[in-house]
Write a protein that binds this ligand. Structure first.
Ligand code: GLY
Length: 365
């Protein structure tokens, strides 16, 4: 535990890769801690990428903490539909307009959309500059901000354009969640539950016990949950930074989820809500194929329900659903590669026939 003034770092988890080491600080009141920021800013220039709503709450303090730097601010519009090359281009233009050098540091103050675009801008500007992630949503704190995946969407699919580029550090501050709307907070719980399902049966059981406290945003329970997720994410990314093997398991529920997001043009469902439905369908499919038990698939459904997820069930017809899933994944011999569960706490990659998937979809669509 490291503390100064009102800032407290509860845990530091380091993502050590071959040529870079990225500390992930988890704490309270640390997002605008000058000491922490200074330790990770190299040059004399910073550009904060954020959104109006977040800026209202947090930008003043951050700007004060950055008083000694040339600090430029750029605002992105809100929503997954704006995770585009156009917004990325605006950051590029502004960096050039403000004469940012190679030693500049970009700071992503926001959720996954801000983090992904900022990271991609940092990956490309002058062939790669530093950036810092300050995730302000639960989903970004437990997943998107960690591991260096950056990019933008294309009309034909999510994250189709991007790069791997690790941040200098991730500053995860639970106090910034105080202003997160409950719907977005709940969407973040989906990714927390995901870690229990793919990597940690004990954590899943712990979540079953603590879901009410998490929903009530109990600070100690939240810190413990986020810390466990960071620990698992780091452990997985360390083994497979470029997502060609074990890291694929983080996509549990995502092929179903991406199809739902695409159908809604990224507008009707939040990412976490779509992933929650996707995880339910993947769990049902795992039970249908006799991997997990029906009882376990019911436990999963119950936890997702108790978390307040699965309330926005907007299913397209099964045939449309399957067509979109085909777009997201390569189809080989009528089979799709999916992440399923062997047990609660263990995920694996397998190929499943479209017919088997169709049967599960038809039951729910
Ligand atoms: N969000 C999935 C990953 O980082 O691989």
């Amino acid at each position: 535990l490291v503390a100064w003034k009102k800032s407290v770092i509860h845990t530091t988890t380091t993502l050590d890769l071959a040529n870079q080491s990225c500390p992930i600080y988890l704490g309270t009141n640390i997002y605008a801690a000058t000491k922490l920021l200074r330790a990770h800013i190299v040059g004399h220039q910073v550009m904060v990428v954020t959104q109006e709503k977040i800026a209202e709450w947090y930008l003043d303090s951050l700007r004060k903490a950055l008083a000694e730097y040339q600090c430029d601010i750029i605002f992105l519009p809100e929503g997954e539909q704006y995770k585009t090359l156009l917004q990325w281009q605006k950051i590029m233009d502004y960096l050039l307009e403000k004469n940012h050098e190679r030693a500049t540091t970009l700071i992503a103050l926001g959720g996954g959309v801000v983090g992904d675009i900022t990271g991609f801008a940092a990956a490309c500007y002058q062939r790669g500059v530093n950036y810092i992630q300050i995730p302000t949503t639960l989903i970004a704190q437990v997943d998107a901000a960690i591991g260096g995946k950056t990019g933008v969407n294309h009309a034909s699919g999510k994250n189709m354009i991007g790069a791997f580029h690790q941040p200098q550090c991730v500053i995860t501050d639970i106090t910034v969640l105080d202003t997160l709307p409950q719907r977005e907070y709940i969407a973040g719980l989906a990714e927390i539950i995901k870690y229990g399902l793919i990597a940690d049966a004990k954590f899943f059981a712990w979540l079953e016990q603590h879901i009410a406290a998490l929903l009530a945003r109990d600070k100690n329970v939240l810190l413990q949950a986020i810390h466990t997720c960071i620990h698992h994410k780091v452990a997985i990314v360390k083994q497979d930074a470029h997502d060609i093997g074990i890291r694929n398991i983080l996509n549990f529920g995502h092929t179903f989820g991406h199809a739902l997001e695409t159908i809604g043009s990224y507008e009707s469902l939040l990412h976490g809500e779509a992933v929650a439905i996707g995880m339910l369908l993947a769990a049902k499919l795992s039970a249908r194929l006799n991997w997990i038990t029906v009882t376990d698939s019911e436990r999963i459904e119950q936890l997702l329900c108790a978390a307040g997820l699965l309330q926005t069930l907007e299913f397209p017809p099964a045939a449309d659903f399957l067509r979109l899933m085909r777009q997201d994944k390569k189809v080989l011999g009528g089979k799709l590669n999916l992440i399923l569960l062997k047990t609660i706490g263990q995920a694996f990659k397998t190929s499943v026939t479209e017919q088997e998937i169709g049967l599960v979809l038809e039951k729910y669509c």
